[in-house]
Design a protein around this ligand. Structure first.
Ligand SMILES: C[S@@+](CC[C@H](N)C(=O)[O-])C[C@H]1O[C@@H](n2cnc3c(N)ncnc32)[C@H](O)[C@@H]1O
Length: 152
């Protein structure tokens, strides 16, 4: 899979959004996770800090933290502007406003970046793309994909 960062729009969700969306219980958090298309989400970082076991797979993990951070900073305002233009298309609930959305996303991506270099070394962020992943059968208890062009 050929990936160039100018085609990537990094937009990372928080641990809390993952836990709420996938209705993860305390027991679930003790299982072995695979996050496909993990991108710049903070789920891997926070779960690891809590003592959990997780590998995130995404083709953007072939880039280093400096390049991903640059990409985040270059695309952030554009995404916010698009969201402002299409505000009525979204349901504003847990995230009540565009400003709150920007804060939640940027905080999650900063948390991801703070963990990324260590996570690469520990094999928690793996450069891989669906549908062909470099993992063995039975390596994970829960595999997740959190990605939708229509969600916040
Ligand atoms: C909208 S982002 C969501 C990131 C994260 N799951 C979250 O919710 O914050 C989608 C991610 O899917 C990744 N992606 C796109 N095609 C993929 C593929 N074939 N296999 C794995 N990841 C892919 C992108 O690089 C991007 O990081």
């Amino acid at each position: 899979m050929t990936v160039t960062l100018d085609k990537v729009v990094p937009w990372g969700r928080s641990f809390e959004e993952y836990a709420a969306t996938f209705v993860l219980s305390k027991e679930d958090l003790e299982k072995r996770f695979l996050d496909c298309g993990g991108g710049p989400a903070s789920f891997n970082c926070v779960l690891t800090r809590l003592g959990g076991r997780i590998i995130s797979a995404d083709p953007i993990y072939r880039f280093d933290s400096i390049d991903i951070k640059k990409c985040i900073n270059e695309t952030y305002e554009g995404i916010m502007e698009q969201t402002r233009k299409n505000k009525e298309e979204f349901i504003w609930g847990a995230i009540p406003s565009i400003e709150a959305l920007g804060r939640v996303r940027m905080d999650a991506m900063k948390e991801f970046l703070s963990d990324y270099t260590a996570g690469i070394k520990e094999g928690r962020y793996v450069d891989a793309s669906l549908p062909s992943l470099p993992f063995k059968d039975g390596e994970f208890d829960i595999a997740m994909v959190f990605s939708s062009p229509f969600s916040l």
